[in-house]
Design a binder for this molecule. Structure first.
Ligand code: ATP
Ligand code: MG
Length: 474
């Protein structure tokens, strides 16, 4: 597949040197994204476009997920020739496609040739009008071509990318990741502005909490962080939360907890040389996020706290969570709300919050040291005791993939299961059987296997997921 990749306006409006630097990084990130999926590709660029030549249709969804890409069009590439040649060739290629339909021709010519784009529009439009009907305002199909460097690229389809800046051109930040909808979306938004991220997860619910949050960190790294190597810092907060519940007055507990999280993130930021802390806070979404409380929370030990979702509604956040793929995973993360006060403070003063905070001695560097650092994507990649790399004979296979994916690449004999409706499974049905849970990439199967075990099912999960199983081993 050849593809024409357009740069986001965030890049094209920059001065030449900045732009060159951004495009270099974008090309490197595109290459990393394709590499990670095992798709070999050649990438070329000129002043305005990037051209990708990959032998594989899978390249398209990969390319559009790289930040800085405005849109992608799969195209046909060949020598351009004269105007007559283009018209003849265009008619040959698209006569069938425009037959009985409203169509438009859009040509861009950026070569030293004796014809211009408009000449092609008129001449090819007339030739194709023998097969279909010209309609420049509401075409059903648009025949597009770009002529540049003696080459013409034909296309009819354009897929939108996410735009933004190439990951890595805007420094590094530490994201406080809770596993809820908001912080995952905030992390994504930071990355879309070119910020490389590391994630800090303050673990409040032990191993179960961790297993639910890992897949989200993995998804962010796998699907959206190509060209970067995010790390997840897991910091145990369980004991701290207990101490806090004992020593801090009830209305202030959540805010003090948040302060300790900021300071933990700031400690990690110092370790990884990050410039800021990012959270999923949104003004007024919950009682702890009033304007007054945000003021009382202040900065993170001298680093700014960035809140990409500050003015977003919950609906907008959820919609984006769906698009980026974290929604279902976040929906499966249990809330750890032991500290949510019955009557939370909505107007904490800076002084009062500091006073409460001082009741809890806390060394953020020690807390980080007591936790661990995980390089992403981790995928619980066969590193846990429930992972298997092949499906054993006679095992019952539970397929967690979405219906469409499962239909496209069916797994014979497998039982499709909705990972959010595990309650409907009857453990008795699986008595005496080995169960292997499989999903696309081994992200959610890990925690589902763990959950099934808690229900008494002899469950394992397929490390790396079904996509790995199907890829010829290399
Ligand atoms: P989210 O949907 O991201 O969980 P929320 O609406 O539940 O956010 P809070 O629980 O007040 O709101 O959390 C606000 C922000 O604080 C989160 O978006 C996240 O950045 C950070 N945060 C909260 N809990 C944790 C945690 N356990 N570990 C790391 N960061 C956290
Ligand atoms: Mg939350």
């Amino acid at each position: 597949m050849k593809a024409l990749v357009r740069l986001s306006p965030d890049i094209t409006t920059k001065a030449p040197r900045t732009r060159a630097r951004f495009v270099r990084r974008l090309v490197a990130n595109l290459r990393a994204a394709l590499d990670a999926e095992g798709i070999p590709a050649e990438i070329e660029r000129d002043h305005v476009r990037i051209y990708v030549d990959a032998p594989d249709e899978r390249a398209l969804p990969v390319l559009r997920r790289v930040f800085g890409v405005h849109s992608v069009s799969p195209c046909l590439e060949e020598p351009a020739g004269e105007l007559d040649d283009l018209v003849r060739r265009g008619e040959e290629l698209y006569a069938d496609a425009v037959r009985g339909r409203r169509f438009a021709v859009r040509a861009r010519v950026r070569d030293r040739v004796p014809y211009r784009g408009q000449d092609v529009n008129v001449a090819l439009g007339a030739a194709l009008a023998r097969h279909g009907k010209v309609d420049l305002t509401t075409p059903e199909i648009t025949v597009s071509l770009e002529v540049r460097g003696g080459v013409v690229r034909w296309y009819t389809e354009t897929v939108r990318g996410e735009g933004g800046l190439p990951l890595g051109v805007q420094g590094r930040a530490v994201v406080l990741l809770s596993g809820g909808f908001d912080s995952a979306v905030a992390a994504w938004l930071a990355m879309r502005r070119g910020v490389e991220i590391d994630l800090v997860f303050c673990r409040l619910g032990g191993e179960a909490h961790e297993r639910a949050v890992f897949p989200i960190a993995d998804l962010l790294a796998l699907d959206w962080a190509a060209g970067s190597a995010p790390r997840l810092f897991v910091v145990p907060f369980e004991e701290l939360a207990e101490r806090l519940a004992a020593d801090v007055i009830e209305p202030m507990r959540q805010l003090v907890l948040k302060r300790l999280m900021y300071r933990t993130a700031a400690a990690v930021a110092r370790l990884v040389r990050a410039e800021a802390v990012v959270t999923g806070e949104a003004l007024g979404q919950v009682s702890s996020q009033t304007l007054r409380n945000l003021r009382a929370l202040g900065d993170a030990d001298g680093l700014p706290v960035l809140r990409p979702l500050l003015a977003w509604s919950k609906e907008e956040i959820i919609a984006l969570a769906r698009r980026i793929g974290t929604h279902d995973l976040s929906a499966g993360v249990p809330e750890y709300c032991a500290l949510v006060p019955r009557k939370p403070a909505t107007g904490a003063s800076v002084a009062a919050l500091r006073r409460e905070e001082e009741k809890v001695p806390f060394d953020p560097f020690a807390a980080v040291r007591a936790g661990r650092r995980v390089d992403l994507p981790h995928g619980m990649a066969g590193q846990d005791e429930l992972a298997v790399t092949e499906i054993p004979e006679g095992a019952v296979v539970l397929d967690l993939r979405e219906e469409e994916e499962a239909r496209r690449l069916p797994l014979p004999g497998a039982l499709r299961v909705d990972p959010l409706a595990l309650d409907r499974l009857d453990p008795a049905e699986f008595a005496g059987k080995t169960v292997v849970v499989a999903c696309r990439r081994g992200l959610r199967s890990a925690w589902v296997a763990f959950e099934l075990r808690r229900r008494g099912i002899d469950a394992f999960h397929l490390a790396g997921g079904l996509s790995r199983l199907r890829r010829p081993s290399s």
